[in-house]
Design a protein around this ligand. Structure first.
Ligand code: GLN
Ligand code: ZN
Length: 774
């Protein structure tokens, strides 16, 4: 007898109206007590279980809830709590938990820069980084060679019981031991966290036994690392780990893999003694055949067919065509999202203001569950039983395909005419830099900043008032002009060489452009968790992208009118706009990116026409777009670099193109960075003490470069001596003529009181280093 069930792997925990954010931030600020916070969380979990049941989901997860991050939950549960946090309370207390998440000084928690978090606290937060190739950030587990593990919290068990009391028999989700160890870091150089596996497994065994005792029969164990390039040691670790966990009787494991194909790890995964395997068939539909041909008869296959990473309605007929025979051939299958729905907004029902035509094409987490339930029904009972749903779905799929909203003939024709010339500057760097220098006349080690200045409470208040209609546009713009003027005057005063306008008019570096480009839509409540209580509302790219009119020229012109020094034009690059949006799925991402590149190119040219001599195109997200598998890097970097170059290459040789990137792990992509051929690149380096420059031992970076000397992620004010030392160090690897002096990133998350002395010191440091390096 075949069985088909509707399963979910995880649901957003923030609540439809970001209730969890409101509650945790109120708790951090001391406005509500712990009991109230816990009550809010419990109510959210109950509502989430109800919602899943109402949608028709049969396999409902528990323990997908988290106050901050599921990796942090796992670390705390396993007792991997570094000593600095242990004194702060009991291992299972919220105090310790939030200290690991955010450090202990609340004001250090920044809204804004996605990576500017928790730094500068009395007890620093754990390191945070991106979860695989998503925009979700997890807290990096930290382990020591003498690490002792012990089951220190029992959240999975408690939440299983909590659901049970409400009438839900859930499938608890836990993060698997191998992925957790592969994500872990140790401060001891050369120590491999994977060697701790034998010490870790007894804790997992205990956890599984206690879950069984509480009444669980299935447990979803997430091992997304199985889609990565793995070493033989890691594959051995999988075999060892699951040989052990497979011994726990009475618990059946659903091994969940997602974000890509198992590929060369498929045989390893299929040999593990687990009862079920979840595979991502959205990212990697091609792996279906191999999985089907090699999987044990009795292995329960969980088919991840609904996109957990994007917001488009699924084509149900196409899915039935594809999976009907699979369902018939296998003893048991589950229909599921490709991964946890954590990465999608909660409910489309809240989008009352979205263009109804576009809204009809979308499915948020709640709607995705409904799709899963419909598919299950059709697969289990035959298509006729869901004919009404199928017809409605086919109509909306067809409407989207035909819609003039998605197609702009002019954009397509223009793109068809784009050839290699569009991605090439008229002259090579060596020639154009001379012309640029002749015009700009900058000193050795020119000083500049990355673009934004503090987005103070007043700036945010004015924006909110304008959004609400309480402040009219004239009033708002007058306010912004004043802020800009003050920033420009101050930069002149302290002697910066290349100025910025401060970006006070921008809500966000992607949203600001998306709102002015055609082909973008914005949701009202389409929030997705980025880290902790921080949520983002990614723009939705639904159609061909074009730029109806200049986006930044007026602000640039105003700022430049205030000064004789060069004012940088400031843009977000095509790859970053793509990366931080929900991207249409009806054409390759590279094509959408090229369209954005053309729109940005138009803006670059308009800035040049208006008189801008320096234009910066930020590509903060270029690196995070790297595919999970190295074999796929080349292709991605080829189109990503090409898109940047299309946006940057229309200008005359005299116009200087800058770019900025917010990271320092460059070594593996340094040639691609060089291939972008920006005249000047600014990057993050101060925290790593210029470690990045090691890349330049073997690779001669050809153009100019500003290795950040001021760590903007911390309120700490660096002295001029320490910044000078960094510059001298940079001078050992690069020629002095190549070096620019700038902070690590934009300053929008900082306070003026930190920024002012820090930049004064930076200008001093540049002056002293100039003398030393000349
Ligand atoms: N120009 C942007 C700013 O300064 C760059 C931000 C970023 O790279 N994250 O805010
Ligand atoms: Zn940055």
């Amino acid at each position: 007898m075949m069985s088909v069930s509707a399963a979910n792997l995880g649901f957003p925990r923030i609540g439809p109206r970001r209730e969890l954010k409101t509650a945790t931030e109120a708790y951090w600020a001391g406005r509500i007590d712990q009991v109230t916070l816990l009550d809010t969380a419990r109510a959210l979990r109950a509502a989430t279980w109800d919602r899943q049941k109402a949608a028709g989901i049969e396999v409902i997860p528990s323990n997908d809830f988290s106050f901050y991050d599921q990796v942090l939950d796992t670390s705390v549960m396993l007792g991997a709590i570094p000593d600095i946090y242990r004194g702060l309370g009991a291992a299972d207390s919220l105090d310790v938990y939030f200290a690991m998440a955010r450090g202990t000084r609340t004001e250090a928690h920044d809204e804004g820069c996605a990576h500017g978090h928790g730094a500068g606290a009395d007890v620093p937060a754990q390191e945070m980084t991106k979860w695989f190739d998503t925009n979700y950030h997890y807290m990096v587990p930290e382990v020591a060679p003498d690490q002792i593990f012990a089951l220190s919290t029992t959240k999975p068990i408690e939440h299983f019981r909590e659901a049970k009391a409400l009438g839900y028999h859930t499938r608890p989700v836990i993060l698997g031991p191998v992925t957790w160890l592969l994500l872990a870091k140790s401060r001891v150089e050369g120590f491999d966290p994977l060697s701790l596996l034998p010490a870790l497994l007894p804790v997992y065994t205990e956890l599984l036994e206690r879950l069984r005792y509480a009444g669980a029969d299935w447990v979803q164990i997430d091992e997304p690392a199985l889609v990565l390039d793995l070493s033989d040691e890691a594959r051995d670790a999988y075999r060892a780990a699951y040989a052990e966990l497979g011994k726990v009787s009475g618990i059946r494991l659903m091994l969940a893999t997602y974000f890509g194909a198992l590929g060369d790890n498929l045989a390893t995964a299929l040999a593990l003694p687990v009862a079920g395997l979840h595979v991502d068939l959205v990212r990697a539909p091609g792996q279906l055949d191999a999985v089907l041909s090699d999987a044990r008869e009795d292995l329960v296959l969980s088919l991840g067919v609904i996109d957990g990473r994007n917001i488009w309605k699924a084509d149900l007929t196409a899915l039935l065509d594809r999976y009907e025979s699979v369902a018939k051939r296998r003893a048991a299958v589950q229909i599921a999202p490709s991964c946890s729905l954590l990465h999608t907004p909660v409910d489309l029902a809240l989008e009352t203001k979205l263009d109804p035509e576009i809204r009809d094409w979308l499915a948020f987490a709640t709607q995705k569950l409904e799709e899963i339930a419909v598919l299950r029904h059709g697969l289990a009972e035959g298509r006729y039983i869901i004919s009404a749903e199928l017809a409605a779905n086919a109509d909306s799929i067809a409407r989207r395909r035909r819609s003039p909203l998605t197609n702009n003939r002019a954009v397509r024709e223009r793109l068809a005419g784009v050839d290699a010339e569009w991605a090439r500057r008229e002259q090579p760097f060596a020639q154009r830099i001379k012309r640029q220098q002749a015009i700009l006349n900058l000193p050795l080690l020119p000083t500049t900043t990355i673009g934004s200045f503090p987005q103070t409470a007043e700036v945010r208040k004015a924006r909110a008032a304008h959004d609400k209609g309480a402040l009219d546009t004239a009033g708002y713009e007058a306010f912004l002009r004043e802020e800009t003027e003050r920033a420009v005057r101050w930069q002149e005063e302290i002697g910066l060489d290349v100025l910025v306008h401060g970006e006070f008019e921008r809500n966000d570096m992607v949203q600001y452009f998306g709102e002015q480009l055609a082909g973008f839509a914005f949701s009202r409540a389409g929030w997705v968790q980025s880290y902790g209580s921080r949520c983002v509302r990614p723009p939705i790219i639904y159609g061909d992208v074009s730029r109806p009119k200049p986006m930044t020229v007026a602000w640039w012109r105003y700022a430049q009118s205030l000064t004789d020094r060069p004012m940088k034009g400031m843009l977000t690059g095509p790859v970053t706009i793509l990366q931080w949006s929900f991207v249409r799925d009806d054409q390759p991402r590279a094509d959408t990116c090229r369209q954005i590149a053309l729109a940005i190119r138009d803006e670059v040219l308009d800035l040049e026409k208006a008189g801008a001599r320096i234009i910066q195109i930020d590509e903060a997200a270029l690196r995070e777009g790297l595919p999970l598998r190295r074999a796929d890097w080349r292709q991605y970097l080829d189109w990503a670099v090409e898109c940047f170059r299309i946006s940057a290459s229309g200008v005359a040789p005299e116009t200087q193109i800058h770019t900025h990137m917010c990271y320092s792990e460059f070594n593996d992509i340094i040639t691609a960075i060089g291939a972008m051929d920006a005249d000047v690149i600014s990057i993050e380096t101060s925290r790593s003490k210029m470690e990045l420059l090691d890349a330049f031992i073997s690779y001669q970076y050809p153009n100019e470069i500003g290795p950040g000397v001021y760590d903007i992620h911390s309120p700490r004010i660096p002295s001029s001596a320490e910044m000078e030392r960094l510059l001298i160090k940079a001078g050992e690897r690069l020629s002095a003529a190549q070096i620019w002096v700038n902070p690590d990133c934009g300053l929008k998350t900082r306070k003026w009181e930190d920024v002012k002395p820090a930049l004064v010191n930076m200008v001093d440091a540049a002056r002293d280093a100039r003398a030393a390096l000349a």
